[in-house]
Design a protein around this ligand. Sequence first.
Ligand code: G3H
Ligand code: 13P
Ligand code: ZN
Length: 330
Amino acid sequence: MPVSYKDLGLINTKPMFTKAVDGGFAVPAFNFNNMEQLQAIIQACAEADSPVILQVSSGARKYANQTILRYLGQAAVEYAKELTGGKGLPIALHLDHGADFEICKACVDSGFSSVMIDGSHHPFAKNIELTKQVVAYAHDHDVTVEGELGVLAGIEDDVEAAEHVYTQPDEVEEFVGQTGVDSLAISIGTSHGAFKFKPGQDPKIRLDILHEIERRIPGFAIVLHGASSVPPELVKIINDNGGRLDDAIGIGEDQLREAAKSAVCKINIDSDGRLAMTAAIRKHFAEHPDHFDPRQYLSPARDSLQKLYMHKCQAVLGSAGHGQEIMASL
Ligand code: G3H
Ligand code: 13P
Ligand code: ZN
């Protein structure tokens, strides 16, 4: 039996992006794979009064099961109400890097409010055709769709691209016009994972390409993938406690702030959450070698995640304080 996200209290990304464009901020899109990550996301967003996009990747579906993740998304709505004295938060449940029409359809039918169809590895015409097919089905169910143009370097769903293929600004109008997507992920030098730049490389992203895209499609919601900052203090805790993450480098917060103030309405963060959990767990075990109850080491991991997400909303993306404003616009 198909389930609509509307019956679960979720919303699609349209009202979030409308406010993000007007307000010069970006909505956080945090990946989650388990209950502790979800709790930390909702605790942080409730405290910061931030809208949030909960992202489910193909790796998450394999690890946790899509049905379980959908119910966790539903639980997030109720948990947010509990934490905000009944007011609730604007929460979207989003498929991250949907590879084909079938997975996007399955997510729409199971209660997701937003899907990404990632046709970026296909030739331009095939990307348009596939994205259009997903948009037709999703829009019939009031589900919003994110497309992608350009390829990020690094590992994306087990496919490794050695070099960035930057988004070509002269393709975006045709892509957006022909497909009818609600948002567009672009490639401007960010990449997935914790090793985004090589030591000695200038760790800069191509904000000039972003601004040229913004000039061509003003007011349209742009998405940044691979936007973790890889905080050096977390890498240090990991390495000081038995880890080996040499040369992990991320995207500078100042560049993300600038992107969020312009056309970027959604910023994807996964790796920083992984680092925060790992750092807390490694430290906990180093200090308490006798502990073996998962609650003992997952509690500090969850606290550390919550702190990280709060920082993103308040100090980087600017989404803090916009939650109730979006709720009031629904
Ligand atoms: O797109 C990349 C995300 O970080 C998800 O990665 O498929 O390993 O969960 P994953
Ligand atoms: P990071 O690996 O930089 O956190 O990016 C996550 C992402 O883009 C998920 O789609
Ligand atoms: Zn991504």
